[in-house]
Design a protein around this ligand. Structure first.
Ligand code: LMR
Length: 288
C-alpha cells in the first residue's frame, strides 16, 4: 500500500490545508502511532464474497489487537481513538482491550454516518435542510441491526420546533421504511457505487472528531459508539454500543433519562444481542 499512500500525500498537499504542517506516510507502527493526540483507524479487512462473518471477525481481531497494542505503547495516554473500519464496534472494543494503559473512554466508533443519514432522511421527507433536524439517535451496532430512533428528535419547520412524528405526519414511514433505509444505506451505497461510502464517511469522521474537540451545543446530542459499562439503559456491559451523547471539555456523557417505549426497547435489545455475539466470537479468537 505504500505507493498508494504517495497518492494520498499528494492529495493532502493539493488541498492546501492551512493547518497541515507535515504528512508522514509509513507502514511502521512505531512511527505511525508515536505521540498521537488523535487516531482514526480506517483500515480493516473488508468482507469478500464467500467469506463467513466469523472469518471476517478473525482477520479484524488480529488487526485491531495489533493497533491497540501499538497505541498502548507509542501514543499519548490522552489519545482519542475513533474506529471506522468494520465491524467498527467490535474492532473498537478489541483495540480498547489491547491498550490497557489508555482509558476505555478514549475509544469510540463511528455511528455519526448513520446519525447523519437519519437526520437527512427526515429532512428530505419534510423538505427542509438537515440542520433543522436535531437529536436523532442511533442505538447499537453500525450494522443492519442498528436502531435509528426519532422519538426524541426535534424538527424545526418554519421556525417552530416539532416532534418528528408531527413534522413528518407519517408514523408508518417513520416506524418502517425510514428505519430500514438507514439500516441498509451502507449496503445501498456499495451496490450503486461498487465501492463503500467515501465522502459521507469522511464528513461524518470530521463531525465526530470536531464534536469531541469542541463539544456539543447545550440541549443537543449526537450518536457515537462508546463503552457501555455503567449505562442506565440496561444495555449489556463491556460492549461498544452507540448511544445519544453530549460532549464537554473533550469528555463524552451518555444522555440519560430519555423515556424508551416497548417498540424502541425491542430494537435496542436486538442490536445489543448482535454485539454480544460479535464480542464473544472476537474474544474467543483472542483466547480470552
Ligand atoms: C457504510 O455504512 O457506508 C459502511 O460502513 C458500509 C461498509 O460495509 O463499508
Amino acid at each position: 500500500m505504500l505507493p498508494v499512500l504517495e497518492g494520498v500525500v499528494m492529495e493532502l498537499q493539493d488541498c492546501a490545508l492551512p493547518l497541515l504542517r507535515e504528512v508522514i506516510p509509513t507502514d511502521k507502527e512505531d512511527v505511525a502511532f508515536k505521540d498521537l493526540d488523535a487516531a482514526i483507524l480506517v483500515g480493516s479487512m473488508p468482507r469478500r464474497e464467500g467469506m463467513e462473518r466469523k472469518d471476517l471477525l478473525k482477520a479484524n481481531v488480529a488487526i485491531f489487537k495489533s493497533q491497540g497494542e501499538a497505541l498502548d505503547k507509542y501514543a499519548k495516554k490522552t489519545v482519542k481513538v475513533l474506529v471506522v473500519g468494520n465491524p467498527a464496534n467490535t474492532n473498537c472494543l478489541i483495540a480498547a482491550k489491547s491498550a490497557p494503559s489508555i482509558p476505555k473512554e478514549n475509544f469510540s466508533c463511528l455511528t455519526r454516518l448513520d446519525h447523519n443519514r437519519a437526520s437527512s432522511q427526515v429532512a428530505l421527507r419534510c423538505g427542509i435542510a438537515p440542520n433543522n433536524v436535531k437529536n436523532v439517535i442511533i442505538w447499537g451496532n453500525h450494522s443492519s441491526t442498528q436502531y435509528p430512533d426519532v422519538h426524541h428528535c426535534k424538527v424545526n419547520v418554519q421556525g417552530k420546533d416539532e416532534t418528528a412524528f408531527d413534522a413528518v405526519k407519517d408514523d408508518a414511514w417513520l416506524k418502517g421504511e425510514f428505519i430500514s433505509t438507514v439500516q441498509q444505506r451502507g449496503a445501498a451505497v456499495i451496490k450503486a457505487r461498487k465501492l463503500s461510502s467515501a465522502m459521507s464517511a469522511a464528513k461524518a469522521i470530521c463531525d465526530h472528531m470536531r464534536d469531541i474537540w469542541t463539544g456539543t451545543p447545550e440541549g443537543e446530542f449526537i450518536s457515537m459508539g462508546v463503552y457501555s459499562t455503567g449505562n442506565s439503559y440496561g444495555v449489556p456491559e463491556d460492549l461498544i454500543y452507540s448511544f445519544p451523547i453530549s460532549i464537554k471539555d473533550k469528555n463524552w456523557k451518555i444522555v440519560d433519562g430519555l423515556p424508551i417505549n416497548d417498540f424502541s426497547k425491542a430494537k435496542m435489545e436486538a442490536t445489543a444481542a448482535e454485539l454480544v455475539e460479535e464480542r464473544d466470537t472476537a474474544l474467543s479468537f483472542l483466547g480470552v
